[in-house]
Design a protein. Structure first.
Length: 194
């Protein structure tokens, strides 16, 4: 099943046909105008810092290189990508990890050092008994009549009887009886025709 998507609408080249009331001689793509301005402003500042005068005879020096660079930057160069997109994809390729594992970059080194520390209290069995404190005694009222102490009856272990051992039944294969041949009666013959 193919679902329609409308994301390609952003890839449609938008063009300017006029600026306010001034009709342009040809429609200009918005991306090309933006690239021209992005290149022309720093380029003009560079020329003024170098000392090139801004005169009507050198207008070609101020307009032609930025226009040519803007045109080159907005044309598809390779794989249907424009120059900035191509440069960005190449830079992304150089910075991405080479190996992926479960959609995450595999960035484990070839050798790993694992250190562990086990903390254990060094005690002796006698120390453990000393550390066990008796439960606090609650105040219990003593009965008026004192009862004789009850001695527990001695506990005798139950006699151990061995479990009866029953041999596992041996399974005999079924004995096949030879087939007895039965004589077949001949089929009744039709009476002879006279």
């Amino acid at each position: 099943m193919e679902l329609p998507t409308y994301t390609n609408i952003w890839r449609i080249e938008k063009r300017l046909y006029k600026l306010y009331d001034f009709r342009l001689p040809m429609p200009l793509p918005v991306g090309q105008v933006t690239a021209f301005l992005a290149i022309a402003v720093p380029y003009t500042l560079l020329l003024t810092l170098v000392g090139v005068p801004f005169s009507h005879t050198l207008v070609w020096l101020y307009l032609l290189p930025p226009a040519a660079l803007a045109w080159v930057a907005t044309r598809p160069v390779l794989e249907g990508k424009r120059l900035p997109e191509l440069v960005l994809s190449q830079l992304r390729y150089l910075t991405e990890p080479r190996v992926w594992c479960r959609l995450a970059p595999l960035a484990e080194p070839d050798e790993m050092t694992v250190t562990g520390r086990v903390w254990r209290r060094a005690t002796r069995p006698a120390d453990d008994q000393e550390l066990q404190r008796p439960a606090p005694q609650l105040a219990v009222r003593q009965p008026a009549v004192q009862q004789a102490p009850v001695r527990p009856a001695p506990v005798r272990p139950a006699p151990v009887r061995p479990a009866p051992v029953r041999p596992a039944p041996v399974r005999q294969p079924p004995v096949r009886q030879p087939a007895v041949a039965t004589a077949r009666k001949p089929a009744a013959q039709p009476p002879a025709a006279k």
